[in-house]
Design a protein around this ligand. Structure first.
Ligand SMILES: CC(C)(COP(=O)(O)OP(=O)(O)OC[C@H]1O[C@@H](n2cnc3c(N)ncnc32)[C@H](O)[C@@H]1OP(=O)(O)O)[C@@H](O)C(=O)NCCC(=O)NCCS
Length: 159
């Protein structure tokens, strides 16, 4: 579980992906404050209490540093950044039934673009699970010696 570095100035074009998802009724958009009490409980249910804490903090930023994927009125995925640490992407999750459609990639690129617009040149993906997903989608590279990194100790780390 190491951290990874992403060049924000070389992000892939996601316009075709976003258009395809929209054609399937799936919308990727920045969350707004009125979404907070729908998004954070969803994150707690699907990703757990620690991720819910990070999601909650993302709504303290203006604009909220959280993107959501919706199908009609349902949340089917989310991603946040500037939550546990500034300049960190994550956490993110796509509901099991909707994985493999490009939603995780779209949420990732939209969030990283938000970070670029904020003024960052690089982003750090904190405590990565699927490293090959991040390498494949945005050319992320592991940061040597970053395990366990900032996540060395927090309540709930061991379950
Ligand atoms: C990781 C996760 C967000 C990916 O979302 P997803 O919607 O299933 O992924 P996508 O459909 O957008 O995949 C985009 C591309 O990455 C590839 N990919 C997806 N998951 C991958 C993985 N674990 N390893 C390598 N490649 C992966 C896909 O094949 C696809 O490739 P393509 O663009 O060539 O077609 C999702 O699997 C998830 O929610 N996992 C559980 C929570 C988690 O691990 N979060 C990350 C914590 S750091």
């Amino acid at each position: 579980m190491s951290d990874m570095l992403v060049k924000l100035y070389e992000l892939p074009d996601d316009s075709g992906l976003i258009a395809r998802l929209e054609g399937e009724g799936i919308r990727i958009r920045r969350a707004m404050t009125p979404d907070k009490f729908r998004v954070v409980p969803w994150v707690q249910e699907h990703a757990g209490l620690s991720a819910a804490g990070e999601g909650d903090v993302s709504f303290s930023n203006k604009p909220a540093s959280c993107f959501i994927a919706t199908l009609d009125a349902d949340i089917i995925g989310y991603a946040c950044y500037d939550a546990t640490c500034i300049n960190f992407f994550g956490p993110t999750l796509v509901k099991d039934a909707y994985q493999g459609k490009g939603i995780g990639k779209a949420l990732l690129i939209r969030s990283l673009r938000g970070m670029l617009d904020k003024g960052y040149a690089y982003a750090i993906i904190g405590g990565v699970g699927p490293a090959s997903f991040y390498k494949h989608c945005v050319g992320a590279m592991p940061i040597p010696g970053s395990t366990p990194g900032i996540y060395a100790d927090y309540l709930g780390r061991r379950g």
